[in-house]
Design a protein around this ligand. Structure first.
Ligand code: ZN
Length: 90
């Protein structure tokens, strides 16, 4: 009986380890892919919330020579509001 419990625990442990390793590898792979896409300029960071977004799906604002990319209209609005506040202060 005890042996059965030990074997069962061992199997659970092995499965657990396999699963953990797998998700860890997956996360690492995804992080690497994202890094590559950021480096190649395919992905850009939203300056408001820090989320990485696809350049083709991002919402853009041109500020002089600079183009800014946002994940949502909400973030874009936040940025514009903040920018306007700064303009008022200056
Ligand atoms: Zn955002």
């Amino acid at each position: 009986m005890l042996i059965k419990i030990v074997i069962f625990a061992l199997v659970c442990y092995v499965l657990y380890r396999l699963f953990v390793n797998d998700s860890k590898k997956k996360a690492e792979k995804e992080a690497e892919q994202r890094k590559k896409r950021v480096e190649s300029g395919e992905m850009v960071q939203d300056p408001v919330c820090g989320t990485y977004v696809d350049k083709s799906n991002a919402i853009t604002v041109r500020n002089g020579d600079q183009t800014l990319y946002f994940c949502s209209y909400e973030c874009r609005q936040k940025y514009i509001d903040r920018f306007n506040e700064q303009q008022k202060l200056n």
